[in-house]
Ligand binder design. Sequence first.
Ligand SMILES: [Zn+2]
Length: 223
Amino acid sequence: MPTINNKFISTKCPLLLFSGGLDSTHCLLSLLNTTDVDVLIIKSKLIHHRKNKAEEKARSNILKILKRTYKNKQCEYKVRNIYTVNDNSETMLNHDGWLQPSIWLNTAINIVNPAIHSEVIIGYVGGDSILTKLHTLKKWWKAMYQIHRHNCSFIKLKFPIKLCSKESILKTFYDCNNEEILNHVWSCEEPVILSRKIVPCGKCTPCITDKAMKFKYNLLNKE
Ligand SMILES: [Zn+2]
């Protein structure tokens, strides 16, 4: 009777869109509690080159820490594959002002392999109000619908933190002793140079969201 060698049974794992920001890093850490993860990195020409540089550094530092914790057996699961894709689209924005969902989803569809991936995870958090969240989610689903019309392939698409608050996500980093990783996450859209270093501008929407998140976190969690 033939025997099955476990070595040759590949288990499926999720494919995560990973930017190096707080939300996708949070998703990565949560997933690694229960499974190996493949990450998809999309480098967009549309993004400010300093932001690209800062995000690249953030991702590389975060992935290095995770590799170390896996090597030291502090974590059972690992980042299995890293797919990096250059998005060269020239179009800045569509008429509703947000083309990112379709770019990201199209890239994910090209990379995802149903034989080795269980689902595509997007660490998207909506705005502060439920209406903003629903409005933006609608754009994701619209992009998904358009992709389905042109592709027969089916992928499970998950937004596990779509209705989470930013401060609750920040809390998980402290609760799980992931401050070292937290120090590397990057969100600023328009970084500036200060003493030859790329630093957050403190003025763009993500920087303001960041400040509000820390303020709310401190309010909710002070002794
Ligand atoms: Zn900024």
